[in-house]
Design a protein around this ligand. Structure first.
Ligand SMILES: [Zn+2]
Length: 302
C-alpha cells in the first residue's frame, strides 16, 4: 500500500461558466501535483502536470502571483482528460489518498463532472490538515502547510503554492507526525470537523447506550455483524481489535461488508456504542485493509 498526496492549483474568472447540464465550473484546475509515499514514508515517485485551460483562459494576476503559473506555461499544458487518465494510472490501485485541507477533492470532482470525465475512480481521502490538528494543538484550526512544515522542521527551499512542491511538502509533513495513528483514530462521528472522516458506502448506522465496553457490545445481539440487505448474520466473520475503543468485523452475505463498532464515554455514566456497516468496494477497501493490517485478530463470542 502507498500513500498518494494530491495538491492542485486552479484559476477562475467571472462570470462563471455553466455547461449544458447546468453544472457550474467554480474553479478550473491548471496544475496537478502529487507525491507517492511508501509505507515507510519514503517518497518513491512524483507526478506533475500543467493543464491547458478550456474555459477560463485568462489567468488572474493574483493566481500568477501566488502560483507562478502564467498563461504561457499553460499553453504547452495537456488537456484535463489526458492529465486525469495519466494521473489515475500513476496512482495505481492500492493507496490511501491524502490532501492538505478539504478543498482539493470537491474542486477535482467539479472539474471532472463539468468536463464529462468519469469520477468513479476518485477514492475517498483523508484530510492530513485535520489529522495534523488532532495530533498537535487540537484547536480545530485549519493550519497552513507552512505552519505544519515549521512544526515538523521542514525547510522551505522550494516555492510554496506550486502543486508538486506542496504535494511533496505535505508528504513530508505526514511523515513528520503519526499519520497512521491519525487515520486509525479518526472516526466518522467523533470529534470536530477537523478530526472527522466520511467513509463512503455506509449502509447502516445504529447507536446503543447499553454497553460500557466494546467487548460487551460486540458480544451482544446489537453488536452482531449483520447483512444490511437481508438482515442475516454475516458469514466467515473475522474480528479485529483496532484499539480499546474500536473493533472491526468483516464478512460476507449479499456482498462483502465491514462492520465498525466504536464505544466512547459520553458522560459520567453513559457510553455510546456506534455500529456502522459498510459495503466494501474499491473506494473504501484500502481504508479497511489499512485498519486490519494495524489491528489484531480477536475472538468475539456471540
Ligand atoms: Zn444478505
Amino acid at each position: 500500500m502507498n500513500y498518494v498526496v494530491l495538491d492542485m492549483e486552479w484559476n477562475d474568472t467571472a462570470p462563471k461558466e455553466v455547461n449544458d447540464s447546468g453544472i457550474k465550473l467554480v474553479h478550473e484546475i491548471i496544475q496537478v501535483g502529487a507525491a507517492k509515499m511508501d509505507e515507510k514514508h519514503r517518497i518513491i515517485d512524483t507526478f506533475s502536470a500543467y493543464i491547458k485551460p478550456r474555459v477560463y483562459k485568462h489567468i488572474r494576476d493574483d493566481v500568477t502571483m501566488l502560483t507562478g503559473i502564467t498563461e504561457e506555461m499553460l499553453s504547452s499544458g495537456n488537456d484535463i482528460k489526458k492529465v486525469m487518465e495519466a494521473f489515475r494510472l500513476w496512482c495505481g490501485d492500492d493507496f490511501i489518498f491524502l490532501t492538505w485541507g478539504p478543498d482539493d477533492i470537491p474542486v477535482l470532482q467539479n472539474n471532472l463532472e463539468f468536463f464529462g470525465i468519469s469520477c468513479d475512480w476518485i477514492p475517498f481521502y483523508f484530510n492530513a490538515q485535520a489529522l495534523f490538528n488532532v495530533q498537535t494543538e487540537n484547536k480545530g484550526r485549519a493550519y497552513s502547510l507552512e505552519y505544519a512544515m515549521e512544526h515538523c522542521n521542514i525547510d522551505n527551499n522550494s516555492r510554496l503554492h506550486d502543486a508538486l512542491n506542496d504535494a511533496v511538502y505535505t508528504a513530508r509533513v505526514c511523515a513528520g507526525f503519526d499519520i497512521e495513528d491519525g487515520i486509525v483514530s479518526s472516526d466518522e462521528y467523533e470529534g470536530t470537523e477537523f478530526g472527522r472522516i466520511e467513509i463512503p458506502n455506509n449502509e447502516k448506522r445504529e447507536i446503543s447506550f447499553a454497553f460500557s465496553s466494546i467487548e460487551e457490545a460486540a458480544e451482544s445481539r446489537f453488536g452482531s455483524p449483520r447483512c444490511p440487505e437481508c438482515g442475516r448474520v454475516l458469514r466467515d466473520v473475522i474480528w479485529y481489535r483496532v484499539n480499546e475503543k474500536k473493533l472491526i468485523a468483516d464478512g460476507y452475505c449479499c456482498g462483502d461488508y465491514a462492520v465498525v463498532l466504536t464505544n466512547r464515554r459520553v458522560s459520567e455514566k453513559t457510553f455510546e456504542t456506534v455500529k456502522s456497516t459498510y459495503a466494501i468496494d474499491r473506494i473504501n477497501e484500502a481504508y479497511f485493509d489499512f485498519l486490519e493490517e494495524r489491528a489484531e485478530e480477536t475472538e468475539i463470542w456471540q
